[in-house]
Design a protein around this ligand. Sequence first.
Ligand code: 5RP
Length: 237
Amino acid sequence: MSSRSAGDAKRDAGYHAAEMVRDGMVLGLGTGSTAYYAMVRLSARVREEEIAVAGVPTSHQTAIRARELGIPLTTLDEHPTLDLAIDGADQVDPALRLIKGRGAALTREKVVACAAGRVVIVADPGKVVQALSGVVPVEVIPFAVAPVMKTLSGMGGVPRIREGMAKDGPVITDNGNFLIDCHFDRIPVPEGLEATLTVIPGVVECGLFCRYTQKTTLVVGEEEGCRVITGKRAQEI
Ligand code: 5RP
């Protein structure tokens, strides 16, 4: 039996993605434990003066970690387009569509993915699924939570306001909003659900990422080495 853990897979995927970064790039820095491994390796490359980079963090957590690691930070105001974004995912399907948002950073992660010429998703094998299903996080302005919950229920979802772990009451995102975790047994058309969710008044963003598949490269940390799957346009960029 293999003694390899999900943590080993995350580390390998993160390190692999960091090696894809070239000198002078402006990066999107994703949130979560797998994206963190990419930052650890990036930080070593920066320290060894192999590359100079600047990163736009997708959360307060990532900003804090990047500062600790000595990765220079920048903003979308200074760099509205990014060379490459490195981020994790909660699920990824064979078409490279994603569910994200376990870390409540989905809105900034989507803004950064949109701004990036190329998106590298780092994952352990447990994230790879045949079909997306289950919980889709939805960021909502507090004013609109009740009507949005009602709309989600009417769509066949089972919505729940995400509660804090070390805080009583709802999780407040880095943008000052609430997060609704909406369970869907099946998501037969992820693009359709993404489009429907994001036009509900009061919804800021949802955790379905279906629009960036062509510029996405998926790196999965596997026992035999990293498996790399590249979207149609990702190799050209
Ligand atoms: C945060 C995210 C994360 O990228 C996603 O939850 C994966 O996290 P991890 O790498 O820790 O498993 O979407 O909003």
